[in-house]
Design a protein around this ligand. Structure first.
Ligand SMILES: C[S@@+](CC[C@H](N)C(=O)[O-])C[C@H]1O[C@@H](n2cnc3c(N)ncnc32)[C@H](O)[C@@H]1O
Length: 356
């Protein structure tokens, strides 16, 4: 087993691990070529549009059609059920070893390399009060939220991130500023710090910061980085108000957080990124693709995610003019569908923006 995987705590019983292994396979079947729901439903949507002689405009019409199909109902039920199975098993397994795991976090909190800067006065804003992708307690209400999230995403990525290879790949694709200077890096909404440490490995001389508002996430991030020997600093703050000096960073990064923010906070975060990124510096964002670039089924999936998978803000993000927002705050934008660049799916997109 690799060192990276060792930073994930073991589950309480071997049967828990076996169960989650099954859930991972179940996800693969539903989302991959096993059941082939996506291609089959998308084809049904394309055929129906041809029959009607009109492309799909309104997502409400797409929804109505998909939910009339037995295949659509089955897919929705299974998509929801596999999430519930995953969280139920993880919560039960971590509850059984709660005292030990809390002790582990305390043990690592004061050890290096790297620092953990928590703010005892921090009060979470109301918009974060969501059980994102159905995680019980959301990102911060359980002291073990970070461990739950890390294990949950391990299952979510279906083996593609077991050794942090996804984070390594995404951070590797981020371009360096034209003058080549990368001395300070900010990882916005770093959760358990997988991209934070990946940046430190890519730029071993750089000062690397991970910012997140969730203390349970940051404790896991710090423990993980310290176990791996990666010297990075984790700070508890909102990404829309990071507290860093103007133009402090050469490179600012945000992976899959914008779709979890209300529109007002999306704008505030872009403004903050523009403030803390120096002229000529890079702001790299990976997130859900624009609605306009999506297939009819993917548009439906976004609707489903918002209503039934704890992603209440994601539709607004996908509908908004994110390129325009970046330009408005002084970035030159190179927006490329991720699939063309990193072999990702059509759900994702990257924006590599240069601060002008
Ligand atoms: C989907 S995860 C982001 C994924 C993360 N970049 C990774 O690589 O795993 C969302 C994270 O963003 C954090 N977050 C959400 N809104 C935030 C905000 N306004 N300020 C700081 N952190 C935020 C959450 O606590 C959570 O850890």
């Amino acid at each position: 087993m690799s060192k990276v995987i060792d930073s994930l705590p073991s589950l309480a019983r071997r049967s828990d691990a076996a169960y989650l292994d099954f859930v991972e396979g179940f996800r693969e079947f539903i989302l991959g070529k096993g059941a082939d729901f996506e291609d089959r439903l998308n084809q049904a949507l394309v055929d129906e549009a041809a029959r009607r002689g009109q492309d799909w405009q309104d997502v409400e019409h797409i929804r109505e059609f998909v939910q009339q199909q037995p295949l659509g109902c089955l897919r929705d039920r299974l998509a929801r059920t596999q999430q519930e199975m995953k969280w139920h098993a993880l919560v039960r397994s971590f509850d059984e070893q709660r005292a030990k795991l809390v002790g582990e976090l305390e043990h690592w909190a004061s050890r290096g390399p790297g620092d953990l800067l928590l703010d005892p006065e921090f009060v979470p804003p109301s918009y974060v009060n969501v059980h994102f992708h159905l995680q019980p307690g959301g990102y911060f209400k359980d002291e073990l939220s970070g461990f739950l999230y890390h294990w949950g995403t391990k299952v979510f990525f279906r083996g593609d991130n077991d050794a942090d290879q996804l984070h390594a790949r995404l951070t590797r694709f981020v371009p360096t500023p034209a003058d080549g200077r990368v001395l300070r890096i900010l990882d916005m909404a770093c959760s358990v710090g997988q991209s934070t440490t990946a940046f430190r490995r890519r730029f071993p001389e750089a000062e690397v910061w991970g910012v997140d508002y969730s203390a349970p996430m940051l404790k896991v991030a710090h423990r993980r980085a310290a176990m791996l020997g990666d010297e990075v600093t984790f700070k508890q703050a909102l990404i829309e108000h990071t507290g860093f000096a103007d133009e402090y960073f050469d490179l600012t990064f945000a992976f899959i957080v914008f779709h979890e923010l209300p529109l007002r906070v999306i704008e505030e975060t872009v403004r903050e990124a523009a403030r803390v990124t120096r002229k000529g510096g890079v702001f790299a964002v990976y997130d859900f693709a624009r609605t306009a670039d999506k297939s009819p089924f993917q548009r439906y999936h976004r609707w489903f995610d918002a209503r039934h998978n704890g992603e209440p803000y994601s539709q607004d993000f996908c509908d908004c003019d994110f390129d325009g927002l970046l330009r408005c705050y002084g970035f030159r934008v190179d927006a490329t569908p991720l699939g063309q660049r990193a072999g990702g799916s059509g759900y994702m997109q990257n924006w590599f923006a240069i601060r002008e």
